[in-house]
Design a protein around this ligand. Sequence first.
Ligand code: FES
Ligand SMILES: [Fe+2]
Length: 394
Amino acid sequence: MSARTVVERVLTDDVRARLFRPTGEATGLPGAAYTDPEFFAAERDLTFSRNWVCAGVAGDLPEIGSQVPFEIAGMPLLLVRGQDDVIRAFHNICRHRGAQLVASPMKRPTVVCPYHAWAYGLDGSLQKTPSFCGPGVNSHDGFDASKHGLLPVRCEMWGPLIFVNLDLNAVPLMEHLEPLRQRWAAYDFGLLRGGGGLRFELVANWKLAIENFVERYHLPFVHPQLNSVSSVKHTLHITDGDGFVGVGSRNFAPPPVTPDHLLPHFPGLDAEASTKAEYVELFPNVMIGVHYNHVYAFIIQPLAVDRTVERFEFFFIGDEAMTPELTQARRQMIDLIDLVNGEDIDIVQRLHIGCRSPAMAGSVFSPVMEDTTHKFQRIVVERLMADAGLAVMA
Ligand code: FES
Ligand SMILES: [Fe+2]
């Protein structure tokens, strides 16, 4: 069944009409949008093949020759740092018989297939086809190596974040990001320094992890400790973004663990930004938390319809944030998210279990607290319909 047919089957006229009502009257996506393997395959072919997808951070590829496999919605991709220090992306498949080239992160001057030892340069060009035409005969006249380089994938950076796009005609990343870059123009992301990460794996659809992240209604019930440093009372909602949606706190105030050693702030922030935190979901798969003294990227990697890897990567502000005296202060930010996201895992998995029920016909949203989750579902539908060449409203 084509991706387009599946999209039309799950996102019926009725489902879309009810989703696109005002938040307080809308009905959310049906369970099948989270549990149907054919719908997930449609998301792979549309959402994850035609949008800028976050694939990791520059620190994943520390040196020339670093090679890192990355799988998104079942598609094997490869990130490589080239001789020119530029990070590139390719399909992680050999041009000979299609074997997966790199299975775990490594460093090597060429990309070598483990099957028949074809070797590719770090720029993807095919360089060696040993004994392709018999022992010691590496090629034949009819074989053009220049036509069998690794298949490229668009790859562009935003600060330390790596984005890939399988659509070779996609708009440049910077153009795509313009609305969000304008929103955060006061923050100098050139100052970000990588300072640690977290990884979680959960039995749930990727969208549920995001829907949970963009609402703070659950803070007092699921995260009492977070609520004490970033109270639900100070919540702000970001619903006017083009391709992004999020929440924030007007008063992010964790108690300092080391009062004499405070984390440096972004320079030049106004009074409002100096207490604020914003958490934005940039469709489809990265959420970015921007605070006056640190930033994190929360990268969602869908593996299967009910299996998702979550990665957090933390960044602090300038070299002075990375001193040994500030180890504990940096650790506090990471530990807070470790606690909070650990609390979310069980809830998100329960959402997925609920989606498997035939009785799950779609959620009801709080018009005050969940306009963000509602907007995320609308973005999911708008992008899927557009990428399938369908109109959102009949
Ligand atoms: S499949 Fe890669 S060299 Fe044969
Ligand atoms: Fe949460």
